[in-house]
Ligand binder design. Structure first.
Ligand SMILES: [Zn+2]
Length: 85
């Protein structure tokens, strides 16, 4: 599993808006799963875009890496993806 280069802000915005082609979207989501800083940027963009991502606001780094938060994060990413696989 290679994380690849960090996606640009524009790419994250396109991801939030589901504007990326499926292969690029998939790559970007995989990156977010393994890169905390980029995931946080994406979460921030989603909040700004007022997308239906009902994640709790983490207050500590521990919260960011807790199993519960990871589960919620995955659910939020699922919401942004077309179903199926
Ligand atoms: Zn990254």
């Amino acid at each position: 599993m290679s994380a690849g280069p960090h996606p640009t802000e524009d790419r994250l915005i396109d991801l939030a808006g589901q504007l990326l082609s499926p292969p690029v979207e998939d790559d970007t989501l995989r990156h977010l799963e393994s890169c905390g800083p980029c995931e946080e940027r994406f979460r921030s963009i989603c909040r700004d875009a007022e997308l239906a991502v009902d994640l709790p606001r983490p207050r500590t780094r521990d919260h960011l890496t807790s199993p519960e938060f990871t589960r919620l994060k995955r659910r939020s990413l699922d919401l942004l993806l077309p179903s199926g696989n």
